[in-house]
Design a protein around this ligand. Structure first.
Ligand SMILES: Cc1cc2nc3c(=O)[nH]c(=O)nc-3n(C[C@H](O)[C@H](O)[C@H](O)COP(=O)(O)OP(=O)(O)OC[C@H]3O[C@@H](n4cnc5c(N)ncnc54)[C@H](O)[C@@H]3O)c2cc1C
Length: 444
């Protein structure tokens, strides 16, 4: 550890906001995907000026900078892969700075937890739409960096559709701003999803939506995954875009029901959790149309949540699905691929074959309306055979998705996990073009 680095960082943000002891650094050496190496230092700045100072110091001393939100990322983007580097944690930059109800927007610091934003604007009958299943802990900064999706992004769009302006610290430590209303190139959209490779986001204006008058949630159960997948295609094909359309298979349903007791049917091979938000007087017709489509595709049962508590319980099950799998095995690996909706049954079969060939249990819980699969491979990382099996199953799923016309990430990002896999879907020229974009922002 470079003593001058520690001293200069301490001068910039206060010694209590710089961590250099190995036991403190260890906390920042992993994310929800994997464990990396120890960074040289972790700093916890209080505002943009301090972030700028930290980046300038890191640059001068030749240390890379790694931005970090809540560390829920699933591709290793927030960790030091080779060891060293300065991690900037946004744990102290977590405030809602301005609420502009007239224009339905809010200016937030990057460390604000996603769900807390919606909670803080709820009394103004507003909410922030992108809702990753990690929304109780993931931050707006991390969501912007990964262009996070979530169950409600089927109808509302992913994070990129909800970011209006950004304040960013560049590789020199200089501050610049972007705004979607700027004439010329839409640099805001370029920055969203760039996983911290183009700059560090220090604040953002985000779009807020009016809370709907009415929200209904339904659960359709199926005897097999194929008919549930066919129902998804039929719903969207009929021109109906529910606010959310999520699928869970039997492995997930059993784990979720044991954990949440929300009334999920444990004898079903697959369930669709369907939500629609809108005007109350449209809801009955909407439900009738959905129910008829699912019936035609062979649904076993249809259930409507009768109360807000029932609705919340069903959603708690969906959003807590990953945690509930802790009942099945101590570790999990989530693959994240997207395929055209029409080939969902083929993709799910490929997942099943890959897992069974490697003797692994797989659960599927995913944003079916978007064709975004999240096969969850459960395993015990103390068993080397199982670790190897998870890696080869994950790879087989990636290969299958590409062969079916899909791609290597729906929403979790590339990080260091999928850097190599980029060559499977992009040509050398494509990657060189991306590198040129990066050079504009950060040539070093
Ligand atoms: C149980 C579970 C469920 C999940 N469900 C979903 C889901 O439904 N949809 C989804 O999209 N993802 C999901 N994820 C993945 C993860 O939560 C998202 O990628 C989330 O956006 C990461 O936010 P974070 O604050 O944890 O960021 P981190 O993990 O800390 O960082 C993620 C990336 O963002 C960069 N970054 C962080 N802050 C900044 C900043 N201020 N400026 C520049 N770069 C920055 C980091 O360098 C890193 O590359 C899930 C994860 C878990 C564990």
């Amino acid at each position: 550890m470079n003593a001058s680095l520690a001293q200069r960082l301490a001068d910039a943000v206060g010694p209590e906001n710089v961590k250099t002891a190995p036991e403190d650094l260890a906390v920042y050496s992993f994310d929800a995907y994997s464990e990396g190496k120890l960074p040289a230092a972790v700093v916890i700045p209080s505002g943009t000026r301090e972030v700028s100072a930290v980046v300038k110091i890191a640059r001068e001393l030749g240390e890379p900078v790694i931005a970090r939100g809540a560390g829920t990322g699933l591709c290793g983007g927030a960790i030091s892969v080779d060891g060293g580097g300065v991690v900037i944690s946004f744990a102290r930059m977590h405030r809602l700075l301005e609420l502009d109800t007239a224009n339905r927007r809010a200016r937030v610091q990057p460390g604000l937890v996603n769900l807390q934003l919606s909670q803080q604007v709820a009394s103004s009958r507003l909410f922030y739409a992108p809702d990753p299943a990690s929304q109780r802990s993931s931050t707006i900064g991390g969501n912007i960096a990964t262009n996070a999706g979530g169950p409600h992004c089927l109808s509302y769009g992913t994070t990129v559709n909800h970011v209006l302006a950004l304040e960013v610290v560049d590789e020199n430590g200089d501050v610049f701003t972007t705004d979607v209303d700027d004439a010329g190139y839409d640099l805001t959209a370029v920055l969203v999803g760039s996983e911290g490779t183009l700059g560090v986001v220090t604040s953002a204006w985000v779009r807020l939506l009016r809370s709907p008058e009415s929200t209904r949630v339904w659960l359709a159960a199926f005897a097999d995954i194929e008919s549930a997948s066919a129902a998804v295609s039929a719903i969207i094909g009929a021109g109906i875009i529910p606010t959310a359309l999520e699928m869970m298979d039997a492995v997930i349903v059993k784990a979720v029901e044991a954990a949440f007791h929300a009334g999920y049917p444990t004898d079903a091979a697959a369930v669709l959790l369907i939500e629609n938000a809108g005007f109350e007087d449209e809801m009955d017709a909407y439900e009738a149309a959905l129910r008829e489509i699912t019936r035609k595709e062979g649904s076993l049962s249809w259930r409507a949540a009768r109360t807000a508590a029932e609705r919340d319980a069903l959603w708690a099950g969906r959003k807590g699905a990953v945690g509930a799998l802790g009942r099945v095995a101590p570790n999990y690996y989530t693959q994240d691929v997207t395929v055209p909706r029409s080939v969902l049954p083929k993709a799910l079969r490929a997942v099943e074959v890959a897992a069974s060939e490697n003797d692994l249990v797989v659960g599927n819980v995913f944003h079916a309306g978007d064709g975004n699969l999240h096969p969850l491979l459960v395993y015990d990382k103390r068993d080397r055979r199982q670790v190897g099996a998870v890696l080869s199953t994950g790879d087989a799923i990636l290969r299958a998705a590409i062969e079916l016309g899909g791609t290597i990430s729906g929403e979790h990002g590339i990080g260091y996990e999928k850097r190599e896999a980029m060559t499977r879907v992009y040509s050398t020229e494509d990657l060189a073009t991306m590198a040129r974009v990066r050079d504009v922002f950060d040539p070093r």
